[in-house]
Design a protein around this ligand. Structure first.
Ligand code: HEC
Ligand SMILES: [Cu+2]
Length: 328
């Protein structure tokens, strides 16, 4: 009997934040509509009720009321503060990935999404993930600015050339959801989409194994490290021309110009593509630039390999988590 179906008002709600985000959106919309309509109606009704009638003189003049001023200042302040506190709290939770998410790497280019899983499989315009597990994406672009958007998860993050951006989400439903590029990026921007395929964890394991691509991201990075001759300078032997890369990930690196930086993914990427930008204290600027010789996917593989060489902060984090548990 119900032949014609209206398009849904909202996309499906399929992540740990989507329900709460919709609720916050509805809350802000409801309050805005309530006041917009209320004020418009009050204005019309009062204009009619208190219009000047024949024989009326000038009305009594009112010269301010502190009580009234306080009421119309404090109540709106409390209302907008509730938007702010709830919105900020949700924003921080949406920006901060939980400990030990499943990490996946994304490279955008005109006009496709290239995706690499840690365990090896790669895919284009499709992202297979397990349900009920936090996923962290580390993303970059080979050309212009793109934006990775999954409406069903209520997440969106710009993907920029020359640097890494990250985002995280956790799917709560299995199924296939739309992926869009939401930054106009040229002629075929509209076609730069794909699907997120959310699977049961055991199905995802089968999918990973069945990908046929045996080489993991770390192994691919190790192979590149050998092929590009990085090991000739970073060989870990005494008197090597370059610093040891073991344990460098997430450590504080002292720079030749003074100061220090945390060796995160972006720093490692920059060290490979623009070695002259930050020179490690105690070393000469002899490292050649690899810009133009390695694709962004290759750089992600090298970064994954360098990360696998040890991470002092991860050891610290596990220690802190263990201490926290012991304290409870
Ligand atoms: C000719 C020798 C040489 C080669 C080849 C070389 N490097 Fe370097 N690398 C250095 C030197 C010297 C430094 C320290 C000075 C600096 O920061 O530029 C360095 C610094 C680094 C750093 C920063 C390390 C830290 O402690 O902060 C990284 C990461 C790195 N190299 C990665 C690589 C990778 C990956 C390759 C291969 C694609 C490579 N290097 C090839 C000499 C080399
Ligand atoms: Cu795009």
């Amino acid at each position: 009997m119900n032949g014609s179906q209206l398009p849904p008002l909202l996309p499906p709600s399929a992540s740990t934040v989507s329900g709460e985000l919709d609720l916050l959106f509805a809350y802000i919309t409801a309050i805005s509509v309530f006041f917009a309509v209320g004020i418009a109606v009050a204005l019309a009704v009062l204009a009619v009720l208190y219009r000047r009638k024949p024989g009326d003189g000038p009305p009594p003049q009112i010269h301010g009321s502190t009580a009234l001023e306080l009421v119309w200042t404090v109540i709106p302040l409390l209302i907008v503060m509730s938007f702010f506190v709830w919105g900020t709290d949700l924003f921080f939770r949406m920006r901060t990935p939980p400990i030990e998410p499943l990490e996946i790497f994304v490279v955008g280019k005109q006009w496709m999404w290239k995706i690499q899983h840690q365990e090896g499989p790669r895919e284009i315009n499709e992202l297979h993930i397990p349900v009920g597990q936090p996923i962290k994406l580390t993303m970059t672009s080979e050309d212009v600015i793109h934006s990775f958007s999954v409406p069903a998860f209520r997440v969106k993050q710009d993907v920029l050339p020359g640097r890494y951006t990250t985002m995280w989400f956790e799917a709560t439903k299995t199924g296939t959801f739309h992926l869009f590029c939401t930054e106009y990026c040229g002629t075929e921007h509209a076609g730069m989409g794909g699907s997120i395929i959310v699977m049961e964890p055991n199905e995802y394991q089968v999918w990973l194994g069945g990908g046929g691509a045996g080489e993991s991201l770390t192994d691919a990075g190790e192979r590149l490290f050998g092929q590009l001759g990085c090991a000739t300078c970073h060989g870990d032997q005494a008197g090597a021309r370059g610093p040891s890369l073991t344990g460098v990930y997430n450590s504080e690196v002292s720079l030749a110009g003074g100061g220090s930086v945390t060796a995160d993914e972006s720093y490692l990427r920059e060290s490979i593509l623009e070695p002259a930008t930050n020179i490690v204290a105690g070393y000469d600027a002899i490292m050649p630039t690899y810009r133009g010789q390695i694709s962004e996917e290759g750089v992600l593989q090298l970064v994954a390999y360098i990360r696998s060489l040890g991470d002092p902060a991860a050891a610290g984090a596990t220690g802190a988590a263990a201490a926290g548990e012991a304290g409870q």
